[in-house]
Design a protein around this ligand. Structure first.
Ligand SMILES: *Cc1c(COP(=O)(O)O)cnc(C)c1O
Length: 465
């Protein structure tokens, strides 16, 4: 399998090169040159596989420059840190199915992809007798998942900036209590935007970037999307065989479009087993406006109780655009360049119909999110987090658009990660899983710093591999 750029100006790459490149060098995003279509026979063969074995089969279709035994080992290592052998269990609440994606070390679905990415980076660097310094900014979930993905790895140091006092106490503790020497937390006196700007400035210093072999772990790496395809296929095959449904639908709480894009690819691979994909957003609803109005235009970011979905532009959107534009990179490039110059992208009537065939969408506000947590709890005793609640509310509201089959709502975070919102909804805090208990008693490691790019650079120079 070769990889190409959505903007068409990168020579086809092998999988390993695509992972190391991250963002395509022409400014686009990398994609496989074709999406494999899975035959009925293969589906029957896959139906009885456990999560890791299925992951190995699926990833094997997209990776042809790493031996199968190594892929297998990578997968085993990546999911050994999960607290259930099922990896992504499915719960039936009576009204809908919940796919629990939060059984990894930081209790959010980002672990599924970032454990895998950390392990791939590590073996590729080993092969090249090289090393890497990862630099990133986080508003909470991604940073901790990235840290857990690479902690203790000899050939990787990781520097994560977070806005001091502006991530939740649990999120801050998850990052700063990691004792491994290769982890460097930086608490910036400023906002998340300040953190992101510092990171951007440092990456734009190409000499510095090359000298310190800076790597990025953000949501545009192809390996992350690949790891996320697996649970869509896994859940679909499981439900098709246990409920005898012919089709399954998914509701996805969406921010950067990474998760639902993996669903889009999964649907293409196992058509017709996946039917509707519901794209649920919070008040930051650029993507819902895109689906309903056929226009992609910026809005301001408002802070919500589902902060991991508080985005202004969706970094993976361009990948979908490539398919919407019939795989014509020129068209993608023009549209994205116009958009980044401050414009908007307006879609034709035909494109709008296609978008609405691909997704149903709705935007869910704070009151409805809280009400959904409450109702779900009252009906079934099951506690969901505010991100998951956005997806559940979306599924309930768009019920009429579901033609047949059950709806699977993706549970993207453990409720204990967002105790304040849960308490507001149901009057008590969720039960803490084992990995969270006693966090506040552990020693922390974190460097406080003013929002000053030069100082962050100096700190990296002193501590880089
Ligand atoms: C990142 C995140 C999301 C959004 O996922 P995208 O791939 O960015 O659309 C939803 N819920 C939680 C808990 C997250 O951490």
């Amino acid at each position: 399998m070769k990889y190409i750029s959505t903007r068409g100006r990168v020579e086809p790459l092998r999988f390993k090169q695509a992972v190391m490149m991250g963002l395509a060098t022409d400014g686009g995003l990398l994609l496989p040159e074709h999406i494999p279509s899975i035959s009925q026979d293969t589906i029957i063969r896959w139906q009885d596989l456990g999560y890791q074995d299925l992951a190995c089969e699926i990833m094997g279709l997209f990776i042809d420059d790493i031996p199968r035994a190594t892929i297998k080992q990578l997968i085993k290592r990546s999911y050994a840190t999960f607290d259930t052998t099922e990896i992504t269990p499915i719960i039936n609440t009576g009204k809908e199915y919940i796919l629990e994606l939060f059984h990894g070390p930081t209790l959010a679905f980002k672990d599924i992809a970032l454990q895998f990415l950390g392990n791939i980076f590590s073996i590729l660097l080993e092969e090249q007798h090289s090393c890497m310094n990862i630099l990133g900014a986080t508003s909470g979930d991604t940073g901790s998942a990235a840290i857990y993905g690479v902690r203790g790895k000899k050939n990787i140091n990781i520097f994560i900036l977070h806005p001091k006092g502006r991530v939740s106490p649990v999120q801050a503790l998850q990052m700063t209590t990691v004792p491994d020497k290769n982890v460097f937390n930086i608490a910036v006196e400023g906002t998340f935007d300040d953190c992101q700007n510092i990171v951007k400035e440092i990456f734009n210093d190409l000499d510095f970037k090359a000298r310190y072999r800076l790597g990025s772990i953000n949501s545009i790496n192809w390996a992350r999307i690949l790891a996320q395809i697996v649970y869509y296929v896994y859940a679909t095959l499981k439900l098709v065989s246990t409920t005898r449904a012919e089709r399954v639908n998914f509701s996805v709480p969406t921010g950067n479009f990474g998760d639902i894009f993996a669903g889009f690819l999964a649907r293409r691979m196992i058509t017709p087993l996946i039917d509707r994909l519901i794209l649920a957003t919070n008040e930051n609803n650029i993507l819902t406006r895109f689906v309903l109005e056929g226009k992609y235009s910026r809005g301001g970011v408002v802070p919500t109780i589902s902060p991991s979905m508080d985005i202004q532009v969706a970094s993976n959107f361009e990948r979908y655009l490539y398919y919407l534009y019939d795989q014509q990179p020129e068209k993608v490039r023009n549209a994205m360049e116009g958009f980044h110059a401050g414009g908007e992208i307006v879609f034709s009537q035909e494109e709008r119909s296609q978008i609405r065939r691909d997704f149903a969408s709705t935007s869910v506000n704070q009151e409805e999110t809280l009400a959904t947590i409450r109702e779900t709890y009252q009906d079934s005793g099951y506690v969901i987090d505010p991100h998951t609640a956005v997806g559940v509310a979306g599924a309930r509201r768009l019920k009429a658009r579901i033609l047949e089959g059950p709806v699977v709502c993706l549970a993207t975070a453990h409720p204990a990660k967002f105790p304040d919102a849960v308490r507001r909804a149901i009057g008590r805090e969720p039960k803490q899983p084992k990995s969270m208990r006693g966090l506040e008693k552990k020693a922390t490691r974190c460097k406080d710093m003013p929002a000053d790019t030069a100082l962050v650079k100096k700190y990296i120079m002193e501590n880089a591999l």
